[in-house]
Ligand binder design. Structure first.
Ligand SMILES: [Cu+2]
Length: 151
């Protein structure tokens, strides 16, 4: 499973330049990286409740971009969709299915699976405008949760 994910990331990475475009008009196609770290982040108030563990707390993404999560922490995390919720629930809503990577688009159900330290998730397509909340299976109450807004 992990090998398949890495191959997918590698093949997709080959389709886009390694460096993000700098004002050349193709920014809409660029991949957006969200850093995952409970250690480095601070708790932030957002329109959806207390956020933490992901940087930025609210990631703005253009339709058609892709998003990926990179674990820059020293231990495992997940980035797991909260589905249709528009505010963070008090208690973790996740079950063990959060630990197996699934999903390819933000508007569906998705999870990075357990991301080991230093690993990146497969990309997720920002396929529909909306607000997408997500959190970590292991540390949801920390809080470890954040939002992606697709416009
Ligand atoms: Cu975590």
């Amino acid at each position: 499973m992990r090998i398949a994910s890495l191959l997918l990331v590698s093949s997709l990475a080959g389709c886009t330049p390694g460096a993000p475009p700098a004002g050349n008009g193709s920014a809409a196609a660029a991949a957006v990286t969200i850093d995952v770290s409970l250690t480095a982040s601070v708790v932030a108030a957002t329109a959806y409740g207390s956020s933490g563990g992901y940087m930025p707390a609210v990631t703005n993404v253009a339709l058609g971009q892709t998003v990926r999560f990179v674990n820059v922490d020293s231990f495992a995390h997940t980035a797991t969709s909260l589905g249709d919720l528009l505010s963070f629930p008090q208690a973790s809503p996740f079950d063990a299915s959060a630990l197996r990577a699934s999903g390819t688009a933000l508007s569906g159900r998705w999870t990075s699976g357990a991301l080991a330290a230093g690993n990146a998730s497969p990309p997720l397509l920002a396929d529909r405008p909306g607000i997408y909340l997500y959190g970590c299976f292991f540390h949801y109450p920390a809080p470890m949760r954040a939002a992606i807004v697709v416009r």
